[in-house]
Write a protein that binds this ligand. Structure first.
Ligand SMILES: CC(=O)N[C@H]1[C@@H](OP(=O)(O)OP(=O)(O)OC[C@H]2O[C@@H](n3ccc(=O)[nH]c3=O)[C@H](O)[C@@H]2O)O[C@H](CO)[C@@H](O)[C@@H]1O
Ligand SMILES: C=C(OP(=O)(O)O)C(=O)O
Length: 416
């Protein structure tokens, strides 16, 4: 297994451009199943999760080419709607195929995803919603079998604005006969991107970005060419990387609105931030200030996917910060590794109490999950001496060549 070897202390400096959002591209690739034709998708990151999605599509008979950030997919000759367990084990979010498989074949069989490193992650809201849309669901031997009995209008009230459930309902309903209404829908930018992609294919979806989404079914969808939105979490991660080293960086191609909650906390921490057209510049001189209280919430609140990175920044702040995780129950595992690097963190229920120290120390640490792993790399950039970050397959799920991006900014990091 690969690891990163990092010598901390270099100030990050320079300009980077990143690829599109993992959490936008995954449901959009699932949506390509719907048009029974060709989709060309630009700005796609070359990350492990995208490659699992490609393997799944090839397994079910699709043509897929992935070159220079562009995915070309033809789903005309798909021959099965079954997704074996091995794929779902490699990527939990393959559950996002449920909706589009049902829309295309009126049935599907997908392995039950189960929990993962960050929590139990049930899919009850996905299944309840599909069942309200006339899909009969059986859970047998670790698999979920779905069979659509009717494709008429339906109204769904989500008990929680689940991102994945909102996407699965949108995907399942674009070709229904009638109107599907989603109340208390997730409002994340990736939901808006899915709506825009579906509408570019000829679907009739409106309301994404608000808590009410309406989908009017259409009979046919057309070929499509589309560009994925920037990855607000990858952008936030590299902004924190610069802040960890008192650096100065510019990141191109950002949507300021999408990163508002992240930027506001970085400003509270004392970072100077400015925008020039669609680029963001962060400069961080002197010691970081602590931020009294950060709590993760559904969008537009502070994203859970940035919790580990901002907590890591707070480990070197002047003062004490409280970070409250409200979305996933097991997202502080990386804190034990940070403590090995000299951080002063106490976990109390769903809150991390972080007392800032002057600097961290290099150590051998293990990535417990995707963002926790990224956080350990951020810590190592600040730390005195060498760190070895293991388990970087987690990091590769969501960051394209993290070591190359950081090296281009002056970090001392190698993959070994
Ligand atoms: C591929 C992708 O887009 N992943 C993102 C997506 O995950 P995902 O779509 O899995 O996240 P959800 O919004 O569904 O989950 C939020 C909360 O709802 C709970 N829940 C969800 C569904 C359900 O049927 N029952 C239930 O109880 C979850 O356990 C969790 O506590 O949104 C999360 C929240 O912004 C992000 O952290 C993930 O990066
Ligand atoms: C939790 C995440 O992703 P996933 O839902 O794919 O596990 C993430 O991107 O931080």
């Amino acid at each position: 297994m690969d690891k990163f070897i990092i010598r901390g202390g270099n100030k990050l400096k320079g300009e980077i451009s990143l690829k599109g959002a993992k959490n936008a591209v995954l449901p959009i690739v699932a949506a390509t199943i719907l048009n029974e034709g060709e989709s060309i998708i630009h700005n796609v990151p070359n990350i492990a999760d995208v490659n699992v999605m490609i393997d799944i599509l090839r397994h079910v008979g699709c043509y897929v080419k992935f070159e220079d950030g562009t995915l070309t997919i033809n789903t005309k000759y798909m021959h099965t709607s079954e997704i074996p367990e091995s794929f779902v084990r490699r990527m939990r979010s393959s559950i996002i195929l449920l909706g589009s498989m049902v829309a295309r074949f009126d049935q599907t069989k997908i392995s039950y995803p189960g929990g993962c490193e960050i929590g139990s992650r049930p899919i009850d809201l996905h299944l309840k919603s599909l069942s309200q849309m006339g899909v009969e669901i059986q859970e047998v031997h670790g698999y979920i079998r779905c069979k659509r009995q009717s494709i008429n209008s339906s109204e769904i009230q989500l008990d929680f604005p689940s991102v994945g459930a909102t996407e699965n309902i949108m995907l399942a309903s674009v070709k229904s006969r009638g109107i599907t209404k989603i109340y208390n829908a997730a409002k994340e930018p990736e939901i808006v991107d899915l709506q825009n992609f579906l509408n570019s294919m000829g679907a009739k979806v409106k309301g994404a970005g608000t808590s009410y989404i309406e989908i009017e079914g259409v009979e046919r969808l057309n070929n499509v060419e589309y560009t994925i939105i920037p990855d607000r979490i990858a952008i936030g991660t590299y902004l924190v990387a610069a802040a960890m080293t008192n650096g100065e960086i510019i990141i191109n191609n950002v949507v300021p609105e999408h990163i508002q909650s992240i930027v506001s906390k970085l400003k509270e921490a004392g970072c100077e931030i400015s925008y020039l057209r669609n680029s963001i510049k962060l400069k961080c001189l002197g010691r970081i200030n602590s931020v009294e209280h950060i709590k993760t919430l559904p969008y537009p609140g502070f994203p859970t996917d940035m919790q580990a990175q901002i907590t890591t920044l707070m480990t070197i702040a002047n003062g004490t910060s409280l970070i409250e995780e409200n979305i996933f129950e097991n997202r502080f595992k990386y804190c034990n590794e940070l403590i090995r690097m000299g951080a002063n963190i106490t976990i109390s229920g769903k809150t991390a109490i972080v007392k800032g120290v002057k600097s961290l120390m290099g150590a051998k640490v293990n990535s417990p999950d995707l963002r926790g792993g990224a956080a350990l790399v951020l810590a190592a950039l600040n730390a005195n001496g060498y760190s070895e970050v293991y388990g970087i397959d987690h990091i590769d799920r969501g960051y394209e060549s993290m070591e190359k991006v950081l090296s281009s900014l002056g970090a001392d990091i190698i993959r070994a």
